[in-house]
Design a protein around this ligand. Sequence first.
Ligand code: NAG
Ligand code: NAG
Ligand code: NAG
Length: 247
Amino acid sequence: MPSISSKLLILFIWACLSTLSSANQPWFWAHNCSSPFNPTHHPSPPPPTSPTSRTPPSQSLPPSPPRSRRPRTPPSQQMPSPPPPSPQLPPPPPPPRSQRPRTPPRSRGPRTPPSQQSSPPPPPPTPPSRKIIVGGSEHWHLGFDYNDWALKNGPFHINDILVFKYDPPNSTTPAHSVYQLPNMRSFVNCDLGKAKMLANSTQGSTENGFEFQLKHQNPYYFACGEANGFHCQTGSMKFTLTPILQG
Ligand SMILES: *[C@@H]1O[C@H](CO)[C@@H](O)[C@H](O)[C@H]1NC(C)=O
Ligand SMILES: *[C@@H]1O[C@H](CO)[C@@H](O)[C@H](O)[C@H]1NC(C)=O
Ligand SMILES: *[C@@H]1O[C@H](CO)[C@@H](O)[C@H](O)[C@H]1NC(C)=O
């Protein structure tokens, strides 16, 4: 089938060019060379032996470009390139009107689906933040190995929320707190000199405890800041972790 179509096309173009050369007109003025591939009727190309029998295009008629341009476009192209610029030509008509059913399956097919495929898939929902109670049921108190707890309960993720729970101090319960130490050295030595207090001695006794969200991938160093480092060092109230990206 493509060979027949291309032969017809070549015949047709040749016939048109013969007509045009005899009429000495630019190709785009010959709007009577039209639609050899109209499926409603099977055309026969104009007889090449009598090109002069066709009525030559009148110079007074305004050019009507859309039909004469179609046969020069190869069937595989969907949109014709704009015509050569000419001051005598009116602006080209909008392309949808000149869209013709010459190549129905291929030219129509890709035009409609993009509206359905253009909607991007919804972004994956961000997982809700996990809330992790530091020490589990032990909460935050003297003598529990929190570094071991952190090793066994990892890995921790970015956006995880650590929950510190501890009783307010009274005559029998010592005060606790939560500090963030700046580096491994201060963590090993329980040096609170440059530590930052995250929660004081009463903030762990609220109903939800003290919540701290992990926000970056650098190591975190936590410690109790009470008793001048004694809870951190001897009481083992310290732990370190490095959250990872959820994936
Ligand atoms: C195109 O064809 C019609 C009828 O076949 C004729 O009346 C008209 O003059 C022709 N136009 C040109 C430019 O040849
Ligand atoms: C101190 O607090 C603890 C925990 O809240 C409580 O069990 C204990 O009874 C309190 N002691 C006194 C003397 O208030
Ligand atoms: C702890 O912090 C809370 C909130 O900032 C504050 O209301 C409370 O007085 C503080 N407690 C102590 C003992 O500093």
